[in-house]
Ligand binder design. Sequence first.
Ligand SMILES: [Zn+2]
Length: 334
Amino acid sequence: MSNPSSNPPGSFVISLDFELFWGVRDLQTKAGYGANILGARRAIPAMLALFEKFNLHATWATVGLLFFGNRTDLLVGLPSQQPAYADANLSNYVALPELGPDEAADPYYYGHSLLEQIRRVPGQEVATHTFSHYYCLEPGQNADDFRADLAAAVAVAQRQGYHLQSLVFPRNQYNTSYLAICRELGITCYRGNEAAWMYQKQSEAAQTRWQRGARLLDAYLNVSGSNTYSLTQLAQQQPFNIPASRFLRPWSGRLQLLEGLRLRRILNGMEHAARHKEVFHLWWHPHNFGANLTQNMLVLQRIAEHFWYLQARYGMVSQSMSEVAAYLQLLASA
Ligand SMILES: [Zn+2]
């Protein structure tokens, strides 16, 4: 891809929101969802082995709090300023008193050893999901809180030798007025939402049941289209928006008869991108694979095999978000 004027091949982008319990603490209990969180710790090595086998690149958007290996370091690394959400339960800092001393004692809230596994696999990008799983559209927080949060994420990553470039906004809530702060802190790209109306994000309270229902239907049937896009359509300014095409829903025993439709919808989107030299951006959370790991890994294997076919047939490439951003940077400066 050294010549930016030639049309690049289709691209398959994977991003994962790596958050463990920090991503769901306000909604779930350990009794109700803890097994999925612990299951994510088994799912991550399984996914990494598959990514390595199929030479798939992926962006791991990691909550900053997961970088720590123990409570002492974590407390020292907290941001100078913390958000005061109107709904106080949204703040992950309310969980600090219940935090165990280290990762061995508290596998729900620490992820340092998993990050070390991710860093060893070629093509894996360690990126950010903000420091505290920060909600940019919730009332009560402001731009200075966001800056302090993201700065703390950049700092802990830097101390461990990671240079953060890509950002995934928690709950996909983003605020365009915060993008300048991202740029200021070295972020080159973020994952925007799918374009269709049912993916337009508001605060959690403002989302309608109709939107949620339409998203569920869209996972199985072609409601919103393939959601692929060409790189030349994307905005030419950093941080670049690299929108999601599709959420990889967890395998469902309840909807088992529809599983074939769900997989077909993803494979068709990938194929559309490969044929038209566009991007297909698939995302999920490791804890989505935390239950039914075998079934979920079989789905992922089908996706990986389809990528290989598309690579051989159409020259499709696998890219992390930062690799896409590097290409967009070339385009912008050409
Ligand atoms: Zn999240």
